[in-house]
Design a protein around this ligand. Structure first.
Ligand code: NAD
Ligand code: UGA
Length: 441
Protein backbone atom coordinates (compact mmCIF):
# COMPACT_ATOMS: atom_id res chain seq x y z
CA UNK A 1 0.00 0.00 0.00
CA UNK A 2 1.48 3.35 -1.03
CA UNK A 3 1.01 6.20 1.39
CA UNK A 4 0.81 9.64 -0.22
CA UNK A 5 -0.44 11.81 2.62
CA UNK A 6 0.26 11.60 6.32
CA UNK A 7 -1.00 13.69 9.16
CA UNK A 8 0.31 14.04 12.69
CA UNK A 9 -1.96 14.99 15.57
CA UNK A 10 0.14 16.91 18.10
CA UNK A 11 2.58 19.65 17.09
CA UNK A 12 4.85 19.42 20.12
CA UNK A 13 8.43 18.34 20.82
CA UNK A 14 7.84 15.02 19.03
CA UNK A 15 5.29 15.88 16.34
CA UNK A 16 7.16 18.97 15.06
CA UNK A 17 10.70 17.55 14.68
CA UNK A 18 9.70 14.01 13.56
CA UNK A 19 7.36 15.25 10.85
CA UNK A 20 9.92 17.85 9.70
CA UNK A 21 12.46 15.06 9.19
CA UNK A 22 9.94 12.76 7.47
CA UNK A 23 9.00 15.62 5.12
CA UNK A 24 12.67 16.34 4.40
CA UNK A 25 13.56 12.72 3.70
CA UNK A 26 10.38 11.88 1.76
CA UNK A 27 9.80 14.78 -0.66
CA UNK A 28 6.92 12.94 -2.39
CA UNK A 29 4.97 12.60 0.82
CA UNK A 30 2.60 15.37 1.91
CA UNK A 31 2.86 15.85 5.67
CA UNK A 32 0.39 17.91 7.72
CA UNK A 33 0.85 18.55 11.44
CA UNK A 34 -2.25 19.60 13.38
CA UNK A 35 -2.91 20.68 16.95
CA UNK A 36 -5.78 21.95 19.08
CA UNK A 37 -3.52 24.73 20.32
CA UNK A 38 -3.92 27.37 17.64
CA UNK A 39 -1.12 29.54 19.00
CA UNK A 40 1.30 26.61 18.62
CA UNK A 41 0.30 26.14 14.98
CA UNK A 42 0.60 29.90 14.40
CA UNK A 43 4.07 29.90 15.78
CA UNK A 44 5.12 26.90 13.64
CA UNK A 45 3.87 28.99 10.70
CA UNK A 46 5.55 32.13 12.03
CA UNK A 47 9.14 33.49 11.94
CA UNK A 48 11.85 30.78 11.75
CA UNK A 49 13.64 32.28 14.75
CA UNK A 50 10.74 31.78 17.13
CA UNK A 51 9.44 28.29 16.38
CA UNK A 52 7.75 26.73 19.42
CA UNK A 53 10.41 24.01 19.76
CA UNK A 54 14.10 24.83 19.89
CA UNK A 55 16.31 22.05 18.56
CA UNK A 56 19.72 22.48 16.92
CA UNK A 57 19.22 22.02 13.14
CA UNK A 58 15.41 22.13 13.22
CA UNK A 59 14.99 25.68 11.95
CA UNK A 60 17.09 24.94 8.84
CA UNK A 61 14.88 21.93 7.98
CA UNK A 62 11.66 23.89 8.50
CA UNK A 63 13.02 26.61 6.19
CA UNK A 64 13.44 23.97 3.47
CA UNK A 65 10.21 22.00 3.77
CA UNK A 66 7.51 24.28 5.20
CA UNK A 67 5.05 25.07 2.44
CA UNK A 68 6.74 22.47 0.15
CA UNK A 69 5.50 19.19 1.62
CA UNK A 70 5.19 20.09 5.32
CA UNK A 71 2.17 22.02 6.53
CA UNK A 72 1.03 23.14 9.97
CA UNK A 73 -2.70 23.50 10.32
CA UNK A 74 -5.55 23.89 12.80
CA UNK A 75 -7.98 22.14 10.41
CA UNK A 76 -7.74 18.82 12.21
CA UNK A 77 -10.73 17.06 10.62
CA UNK A 78 -9.71 17.91 7.07
CA UNK A 79 -6.15 16.71 7.67
CA UNK A 80 -7.37 13.42 9.18
CA UNK A 81 -9.84 12.65 6.44
CA UNK A 82 -7.47 13.39 3.60
CA UNK A 83 -4.57 11.31 5.00
CA UNK A 84 -3.75 7.64 4.48
CA UNK A 85 -1.72 7.41 7.66
CA UNK A 86 -2.27 9.30 10.92
CA UNK A 87 0.38 9.62 13.63
CA UNK A 88 -0.82 10.36 17.16
CA UNK A 89 1.90 12.37 18.96
CA UNK A 90 -0.16 13.91 21.72
CA UNK A 91 0.92 14.29 25.34
CA UNK A 92 0.41 11.43 27.80
CA UNK A 93 1.07 13.02 31.22
CA UNK A 94 0.67 11.37 34.60
CA UNK A 95 -2.97 11.29 35.70
CA UNK A 96 -3.81 13.90 38.32
CA UNK A 97 -7.20 12.50 39.35
CA UNK A 98 -9.26 9.32 39.30
CA UNK A 99 -8.01 5.73 39.32
CA UNK A 100 -4.21 5.63 39.16
CA UNK A 101 -3.79 9.35 39.94
CA UNK A 102 -0.10 10.25 40.42
CA UNK A 103 1.05 7.06 38.66
CA UNK A 104 -0.85 5.96 35.55
CA UNK A 105 -0.59 7.72 32.18
CA UNK A 106 -3.53 9.95 31.37
CA UNK A 107 -4.87 8.66 28.07
CA UNK A 108 -7.58 11.28 27.61
CA UNK A 109 -5.72 13.05 24.78
CA UNK A 110 -4.98 9.80 22.94
CA UNK A 111 -8.61 8.69 23.37
CA UNK A 112 -9.79 12.09 22.07
CA UNK A 113 -7.60 11.58 18.98
CA UNK A 114 -9.02 8.11 18.39
CA UNK A 115 -12.58 9.46 18.68
CA UNK A 116 -11.76 12.30 16.33
CA UNK A 117 -10.33 9.88 13.76
CA UNK A 118 -13.32 7.53 14.13
CA UNK A 119 -15.84 10.32 13.60
CA UNK A 120 -14.10 11.97 10.66
CA UNK A 121 -12.54 9.16 8.60
CA UNK A 122 -14.47 8.26 5.46
CA UNK A 123 -11.75 5.97 4.05
CA UNK A 124 -9.46 3.30 5.53
CA UNK A 125 -6.61 4.63 7.68
CA UNK A 126 -3.41 3.41 9.26
CA UNK A 127 -3.30 4.86 12.76
CA UNK A 128 0.16 5.09 14.33
CA UNK A 129 0.85 5.38 18.06
CA UNK A 130 3.80 7.79 18.25
CA UNK A 131 3.08 8.90 21.81
CA UNK A 132 4.54 6.80 24.65
CA UNK A 133 1.73 4.56 25.89
CA UNK A 134 1.07 1.82 28.41
CA UNK A 135 1.30 -1.68 27.00
CA UNK A 136 -2.03 -2.79 25.46
CA UNK A 137 -3.25 0.75 24.69
CA UNK A 138 -3.80 -0.32 21.08
CA UNK A 139 -6.64 -2.48 22.38
CA UNK A 140 -8.44 0.60 23.72
CA UNK A 141 -7.81 2.52 20.52
CA UNK A 142 -9.17 -0.37 18.46
CA UNK A 143 -12.32 -0.43 20.60
CA UNK A 144 -12.93 3.29 20.00
CA UNK A 145 -12.20 3.11 16.28
CA UNK A 146 -14.33 -0.01 15.71
CA UNK A 147 -17.27 1.15 17.84
CA UNK A 148 -17.38 4.77 16.76
CA UNK A 149 -16.06 4.63 13.19
CA UNK A 150 -18.27 4.65 10.08
CA UNK A 151 -19.50 1.37 8.64
CA UNK A 152 -17.19 0.02 5.94
CA UNK A 153 -14.14 2.05 7.09
CA UNK A 154 -11.36 -0.06 8.51
CA UNK A 155 -8.33 0.87 10.60
CA UNK A 156 -4.93 -0.71 11.17
CA UNK A 157 -3.14 0.29 14.38
CA UNK A 158 0.64 0.40 14.57
CA UNK A 159 2.94 1.20 17.46
CA UNK A 160 5.95 3.30 16.44
CA UNK A 161 7.38 4.82 19.62
CA UNK A 162 9.79 7.73 19.37
CA UNK A 163 13.27 7.50 20.90
CA UNK A 164 14.63 11.00 20.18
CA UNK A 165 16.11 12.98 23.05
CA UNK A 166 15.55 16.70 23.29
CA UNK A 167 18.54 18.84 22.42
CA UNK A 168 19.74 16.21 19.91
CA UNK A 169 16.39 15.44 18.26
CA UNK A 170 17.43 16.07 14.67
CA UNK A 171 20.66 14.12 14.95
CA UNK A 172 18.73 11.28 16.67
CA UNK A 173 16.09 11.25 13.92
CA UNK A 174 18.67 11.31 11.12
CA UNK A 175 20.68 8.45 12.61
CA UNK A 176 18.30 6.49 14.80
CA UNK A 177 19.86 3.54 16.63
CA UNK A 178 16.70 1.72 15.64
CA UNK A 179 13.17 2.38 14.44
CA UNK A 180 10.61 0.17 16.12
CA UNK A 181 7.33 -0.74 14.44
CA UNK A 182 4.76 -2.99 16.09
CA UNK A 183 1.81 -4.35 14.13
CA UNK A 184 -0.65 -7.19 13.78
CA UNK A 185 0.44 -10.37 12.04
CA UNK A 186 -2.68 -10.45 9.85
CA UNK A 187 -2.19 -9.77 6.15
CA UNK A 188 -3.66 -6.23 6.53
CA UNK A 189 -1.47 -5.68 9.59
CA UNK A 190 1.64 -6.72 7.68
CA UNK A 191 0.76 -4.39 4.80
CA UNK A 192 0.37 -1.49 7.22
CA UNK A 193 3.75 -2.26 8.83
CA UNK A 194 5.33 -2.38 5.38
CA UNK A 195 3.81 1.00 4.48
CA UNK A 196 5.53 2.58 7.50
CA UNK A 197 8.79 0.69 6.82
CA UNK A 198 8.68 2.16 3.29
CA UNK A 199 8.65 5.67 4.75
CA UNK A 200 11.57 5.12 7.15
CA UNK A 201 13.69 3.19 4.69
CA UNK A 202 14.17 6.42 2.74
CA UNK A 203 16.95 7.23 5.21
CA UNK A 204 17.20 4.53 7.90
CA UNK A 205 19.19 1.38 6.96
CA UNK A 206 16.73 -1.50 6.74
CA UNK A 207 18.61 -3.56 9.35
CA UNK A 208 17.86 -0.84 11.89
CA UNK A 209 14.11 -1.04 11.34
CA UNK A 210 12.75 -3.63 13.75
CA UNK A 211 9.24 -5.02 13.39
CA UNK A 212 7.52 -6.69 16.35
CA UNK A 213 4.08 -7.36 17.70
CA UNK A 214 2.21 -4.29 18.99
CA UNK A 215 2.60 -5.12 22.69
CA UNK A 216 6.38 -5.61 22.48
CA UNK A 217 6.71 -2.27 20.75
CA UNK A 218 4.58 -0.41 23.30
CA UNK A 219 6.39 -1.98 26.25
CA UNK A 220 9.90 -1.66 24.75
CA UNK A 221 9.52 2.11 24.81
CA UNK A 222 8.61 2.26 28.50
CA UNK A 223 11.34 -0.23 29.36
CA UNK A 224 13.97 1.69 27.34
CA UNK A 225 13.24 4.90 29.21
CA UNK A 226 13.25 3.05 32.52
CA UNK A 227 16.66 1.49 31.76
CA UNK A 228 18.14 4.86 30.78
CA UNK A 229 16.80 6.58 33.89
CA UNK A 230 17.93 3.65 36.02
CA UNK A 231 21.54 4.25 34.93
CA UNK A 232 21.29 7.88 36.03
CA UNK A 233 19.83 6.96 39.41
CA UNK A 234 22.49 4.27 39.83
CA UNK A 235 25.35 6.68 39.20
CA UNK A 236 23.66 9.40 41.28
CA UNK A 237 23.28 7.02 44.22
CA UNK A 238 27.02 6.29 44.01
CA UNK A 239 27.75 10.04 43.80
CA UNK A 240 26.48 10.41 47.38
CA UNK A 241 28.91 7.69 48.49
CA UNK A 242 31.77 9.40 46.62
CA UNK A 243 31.15 12.59 48.57
CA UNK A 244 31.55 10.67 51.84
CA UNK A 245 34.70 8.81 50.82
CA UNK A 246 36.74 11.23 48.66
CA UNK A 247 36.24 9.05 45.61
CA UNK A 248 35.48 11.13 42.49
CA UNK A 249 32.33 10.24 40.55
CA UNK A 250 33.84 11.37 37.23
CA UNK A 251 36.76 9.02 37.69
CA UNK A 252 34.29 6.27 38.56
CA UNK A 253 32.07 6.97 35.52
CA UNK A 254 35.09 6.73 33.25
CA UNK A 255 36.35 3.53 34.85
CA UNK A 256 32.91 1.90 34.86
CA UNK A 257 31.95 3.05 31.36
CA UNK A 258 35.12 1.67 29.77
CA UNK A 259 33.82 -1.83 30.41
CA UNK A 260 32.35 -2.50 26.96
CA UNK A 261 29.57 -4.52 28.57
CA UNK A 262 28.43 -1.37 30.41
CA UNK A 263 29.39 1.41 27.97
CA UNK A 264 30.04 5.10 28.63
CA UNK A 265 26.61 6.70 28.08
CA UNK A 266 24.17 7.90 30.72
CA UNK A 267 26.73 7.74 33.49
CA UNK A 268 26.95 11.49 34.12
CA UNK A 269 26.12 12.16 37.76
CA UNK A 270 23.81 15.13 38.08
CA UNK A 271 21.33 17.01 40.20
CA UNK A 272 18.81 14.43 38.96
CA UNK A 273 17.05 13.75 35.70
CA UNK A 274 14.22 15.94 34.50
CA UNK A 275 12.19 16.19 31.32
CA UNK A 276 8.62 15.40 30.52
CA UNK A 277 9.09 11.66 30.13
CA UNK A 278 11.42 9.70 32.42
CA UNK A 279 9.42 10.28 35.59
CA UNK A 280 5.99 9.85 34.04
CA UNK A 281 7.01 6.79 32.05
CA UNK A 282 8.57 5.03 35.05
CA UNK A 283 5.55 5.87 37.23
CA UNK A 284 3.42 4.40 34.49
CA UNK A 285 5.59 1.26 34.43
CA UNK A 286 5.28 0.99 38.22
CA UNK A 287 1.51 1.34 37.93
CA UNK A 288 1.32 -1.34 35.22
CA UNK A 289 3.38 -3.77 37.33
CA UNK A 290 1.10 -3.20 40.32
CA UNK A 291 -1.95 -3.62 38.08
CA UNK A 292 -0.64 -7.04 37.01
CA UNK A 293 0.16 -7.94 40.66
CA UNK A 294 3.94 -7.69 40.26
CA UNK A 295 4.67 -5.84 43.52
CA UNK A 296 8.41 -6.61 43.65
CA UNK A 297 8.92 -5.46 40.07
CA UNK A 298 6.95 -2.28 40.77
CA UNK A 299 9.08 -1.55 43.85
CA UNK A 300 12.31 -2.15 41.93
CA UNK A 301 11.47 0.53 39.35
CA UNK A 302 9.96 2.89 41.90
CA UNK A 303 13.40 3.16 43.51
CA UNK A 304 14.67 4.90 40.36
CA UNK A 305 12.25 7.77 41.03
CA UNK A 306 12.94 7.78 44.75
CA UNK A 307 16.71 8.16 44.21
CA UNK A 308 16.01 10.95 41.73
CA UNK A 309 13.92 12.83 44.31
CA UNK A 310 16.65 12.18 46.89
CA UNK A 311 19.28 13.64 44.56
CA UNK A 312 17.32 16.85 43.84
CA UNK A 313 16.71 17.37 47.57
CA UNK A 314 20.29 16.51 48.43
CA UNK A 315 21.65 19.19 46.09
CA UNK A 316 19.29 21.83 47.48
CA UNK A 317 20.29 20.83 51.02
CA UNK A 318 24.00 21.13 50.15
CA UNK A 319 23.33 24.73 49.11
CA UNK A 320 21.42 25.45 52.30
CA UNK A 321 24.23 23.94 54.39
CA UNK A 322 26.83 25.75 52.28
CA UNK A 323 25.25 29.05 53.26
CA UNK A 324 25.26 28.19 56.96
CA UNK A 325 21.78 26.71 57.17
CA UNK A 326 19.92 30.02 56.97
CA UNK A 327 18.86 31.43 53.61
CA UNK A 328 16.86 34.41 54.85
CA UNK A 329 17.82 37.39 52.71
CA UNK A 330 20.47 35.38 50.81
CA UNK A 331 20.74 35.90 47.05
CA UNK A 332 21.37 32.87 44.82
CA UNK A 333 21.96 32.72 41.06
CA UNK A 334 20.29 29.81 39.28
CA UNK A 335 22.16 29.04 36.05
CA UNK A 336 20.00 26.93 33.76
CA UNK A 337 16.24 26.48 33.96
CA UNK A 338 15.72 23.85 31.23
CA UNK A 339 16.01 20.17 32.18
CA UNK A 340 19.18 19.78 30.11
CA UNK A 341 21.39 21.78 27.72
CA UNK A 342 20.28 22.78 24.19
CA UNK A 343 16.55 22.74 24.79
CA UNK A 344 13.94 25.36 25.66
CA UNK A 345 11.92 22.72 27.54
CA UNK A 346 11.69 23.05 31.32
CA UNK A 347 9.15 20.32 32.03
CA UNK A 348 10.05 18.51 35.30
CA UNK A 349 13.34 20.39 35.37
CA UNK A 350 15.40 19.81 38.55
CA UNK A 351 16.02 23.60 38.53
CA UNK A 352 12.36 24.13 39.42
CA UNK A 353 12.50 21.77 42.42
CA UNK A 354 15.78 23.16 43.71
CA UNK A 355 14.56 26.76 43.33
CA UNK A 356 11.32 25.95 45.14
CA UNK A 357 13.19 24.51 48.11
CA UNK A 358 15.63 27.44 48.29
CA UNK A 359 12.87 30.03 48.11
CA UNK A 360 10.87 28.18 50.76
CA UNK A 361 13.91 28.52 53.01
CA UNK A 362 13.95 32.30 52.51
CA UNK A 363 16.34 32.82 49.57
CA UNK A 364 15.94 35.32 46.75
CA UNK A 365 16.88 33.83 43.40
CA UNK A 366 17.99 35.23 40.07
CA UNK A 367 17.34 32.86 37.18
CA UNK A 368 19.22 32.74 33.88
CA UNK A 369 18.58 30.50 30.88
CA UNK A 370 19.01 31.97 27.39
CA UNK A 371 16.86 29.28 25.74
CA UNK A 372 13.82 29.26 28.01
CA UNK A 373 11.35 32.08 27.45
CA UNK A 374 10.41 34.50 30.19
CA UNK A 375 6.78 33.39 29.94
CA UNK A 376 7.72 29.72 30.43
CA UNK A 377 9.79 30.51 33.54
CA UNK A 378 6.97 32.67 34.93
CA UNK A 379 4.44 29.88 34.23
CA UNK A 380 6.64 27.34 36.05
CA UNK A 381 7.02 29.65 39.04
CA UNK A 382 3.26 30.00 39.19
CA UNK A 383 2.45 26.31 38.56
CA UNK A 384 4.85 25.12 41.25
CA UNK A 385 3.64 27.77 43.69
CA UNK A 386 7.06 29.37 44.14
CA UNK A 387 6.90 32.85 45.72
CA UNK A 388 7.32 35.04 42.65
CA UNK A 389 8.39 38.06 44.69
CA UNK A 390 11.50 36.09 45.64
CA UNK A 391 12.41 35.37 41.99
CA UNK A 392 13.83 37.56 39.25
CA UNK A 393 14.82 36.59 35.74
CA UNK A 394 18.10 37.80 34.28
CA UNK A 395 18.59 38.38 30.59
CA UNK A 396 22.36 38.01 30.77
CA UNK A 397 24.69 35.81 32.74
CA UNK A 398 26.88 38.63 34.13
CA UNK A 399 23.89 40.35 35.64
CA UNK A 400 22.68 37.04 37.08
CA UNK A 401 25.89 36.15 38.90
CA UNK A 402 26.57 39.72 40.04
CA UNK A 403 25.90 40.53 43.70
CA UNK A 404 24.88 37.03 44.83
CA UNK A 405 26.12 34.91 47.74
CA UNK A 406 26.08 31.65 45.74
CA UNK A 407 25.86 30.46 42.15
CA UNK A 408 24.05 27.15 41.49
CA UNK A 409 24.65 25.37 38.17
CA UNK A 410 21.57 23.38 37.11
CA UNK A 411 22.14 22.61 33.41
CA UNK A 412 25.34 21.54 31.67
CA UNK A 413 25.51 24.51 29.23
CA UNK A 414 29.12 25.23 28.24
CA UNK A 415 28.75 28.92 29.23
CA UNK A 416 28.72 27.80 32.89
CA UNK A 417 32.04 25.96 32.72
CA UNK A 418 34.18 29.04 33.21
CA UNK A 419 32.89 31.47 35.78
CA UNK A 420 34.95 33.79 37.99
CA UNK A 421 37.14 32.11 40.64
CA UNK A 422 35.91 34.44 43.36
CA UNK A 423 32.33 33.09 43.17
CA UNK A 424 30.90 30.48 45.57
CA UNK A 425 29.75 27.90 43.02
CA UNK A 426 27.66 24.80 43.73
CA UNK A 427 27.70 22.64 40.64
CA UNK A 428 24.88 20.17 40.03
CA UNK A 429 26.40 19.00 36.75
CA UNK A 430 30.09 18.53 37.49
CA UNK A 431 31.24 20.91 34.74
CA UNK A 432 32.88 23.80 36.63
CA UNK A 433 36.47 23.40 37.84
CA UNK A 434 36.25 26.19 40.42
CA UNK A 435 33.14 24.92 42.15
CA UNK A 436 33.23 24.78 45.94
CA UNK A 437 30.82 21.83 45.77
CA UNK A 438 30.36 19.53 42.80
CA UNK A 439 28.02 16.53 42.73
CA UNK A 440 29.97 13.35 43.50
CA UNK A 441 33.23 15.02 44.60
P1 NAD B 1 3.83 18.11 23.77
O1 NAD B 1 3.01 18.45 24.94
O2 NAD B 1 5.02 18.97 23.43
O3 NAD B 1 2.91 18.05 22.46
C1 NAD B 1 1.69 17.40 22.41
C2 NAD B 1 0.72 18.27 21.61
O4 NAD B 1 -0.50 17.51 21.40
C3 NAD B 1 0.29 19.56 22.32
O5 NAD B 1 0.66 20.67 21.52
C4 NAD B 1 -1.23 19.42 22.46
O6 NAD B 1 -1.92 20.64 22.29
C5 NAD B 1 -1.57 18.46 21.35
N1 NAD B 1 -2.85 17.75 21.54
C6 NAD B 1 -3.30 17.10 22.66
N2 NAD B 1 -4.49 16.54 22.43
C7 NAD B 1 -4.83 16.82 21.15
C8 NAD B 1 -5.93 16.50 20.32
N3 NAD B 1 -6.94 15.73 20.78
N4 NAD B 1 -5.97 16.97 19.07
C9 NAD B 1 -4.95 17.72 18.60
N5 NAD B 1 -3.86 18.06 19.32
C10 NAD B 1 -3.79 17.60 20.58
O7 NAD B 1 4.32 16.59 23.98
P2 NAD B 1 5.62 15.90 23.40
O8 NAD B 1 6.81 16.21 24.25
O9 NAD B 1 5.70 16.15 21.93
O10 NAD B 1 5.29 14.36 23.67
C11 NAD B 1 4.28 13.70 22.95
C12 NAD B 1 4.36 12.21 23.23
O11 NAD B 1 5.62 11.71 22.78
C13 NAD B 1 4.27 11.82 24.71
O12 NAD B 1 3.59 10.61 24.81
C14 NAD B 1 5.72 11.63 25.11
O13 NAD B 1 5.86 10.72 26.18
C15 NAD B 1 6.32 11.07 23.85
N6 NAD B 1 7.76 11.33 23.67
C16 NAD B 1 8.27 12.56 23.94
C17 NAD B 1 9.62 12.81 23.71
C18 NAD B 1 10.23 14.16 24.00
O14 NAD B 1 11.44 14.27 23.87
N7 NAD B 1 9.48 15.17 24.36
C19 NAD B 1 10.42 11.81 23.15
C20 NAD B 1 9.85 10.57 22.88
C21 NAD B 1 8.52 10.35 23.13
C1 UGA C 1 14.82 10.72 27.02
C2 UGA C 1 15.46 9.54 26.28
O1 UGA C 1 16.87 9.73 26.25
C3 UGA C 1 14.91 9.42 24.87
O2 UGA C 1 15.44 8.27 24.23
C4 UGA C 1 13.39 9.31 24.93
O3 UGA C 1 12.87 9.28 23.62
C5 UGA C 1 12.83 10.51 25.67
O4 UGA C 1 13.41 10.58 27.00
C6 UGA C 1 11.35 10.46 25.86
O5 UGA C 1 10.75 9.41 25.80
O6 UGA C 1 10.85 11.55 26.10
P1 UGA C 1 15.16 13.35 27.06
O7 UGA C 1 14.39 13.27 28.30
O8 UGA C 1 14.72 14.31 26.01
O9 UGA C 1 15.20 11.91 26.34
O10 UGA C 1 16.68 13.68 27.37
P2 UGA C 1 17.87 12.80 28.02
O11 UGA C 1 19.11 13.12 27.30
O12 UGA C 1 17.53 11.39 28.17
O13 UGA C 1 17.99 13.45 29.47
C7 UGA C 1 16.99 13.28 30.44
C8 UGA C 1 17.48 13.83 31.76
O14 UGA C 1 18.53 13.03 32.30
C9 UGA C 1 18.05 15.24 31.67
O15 UGA C 1 17.66 15.99 32.79
C10 UGA C 1 19.54 15.00 31.65
O16 UGA C 1 20.28 16.10 32.11
C11 UGA C 1 19.65 13.82 32.61
N1 UGA C 1 20.87 13.01 32.43
C12 UGA C 1 21.10 12.37 31.25
C13 UGA C 1 21.75 12.86 33.49
O17 UGA C 1 21.54 13.41 34.58
N2 UGA C 1 22.88 12.09 33.31
C14 UGA C 1 23.14 11.45 32.14
O18 UGA C 1 24.18 10.75 32.06
C15 UGA C 1 22.23 11.59 31.09
Amino acid sequence: MKVNKVCCIGAGYVGGPTMAVIALKCPDLQVTVVDVRKERIDSWNGPFDSLPVYEPGLKEIIEKVRGRNLFFSSEIDIAIDSSDMIFMAVNTPTKTEGVGAGMAADLKYIEACAKNIAQVAKTDKIVVEKSTLPVRTAEKIREILDNQGRAGVSFEILSNPEFLAEGTAIQDLFKSDRVLIGGDSTSKGKKAVQALVDIYKNWIPIEKIITTNVWSSELAKLASNAMLAQRISSINSISALCEKTNADIHELSKAIGMDHRIGPHFLNASVGFGGSCFQKDILNLVYLCKYYGLEEVAEYWHQVIKINDYQKNRFAQKIIDGLGGDLLGKRIAILGWAFKANTNDSRESPAIYVTKKLVERGANVKIFDPLVSLSTIMRDIEDYKIDKDACSISSNIDECINDVELVAILTEASAYKDLGKELLIFDGRGINKNAKFSIGK
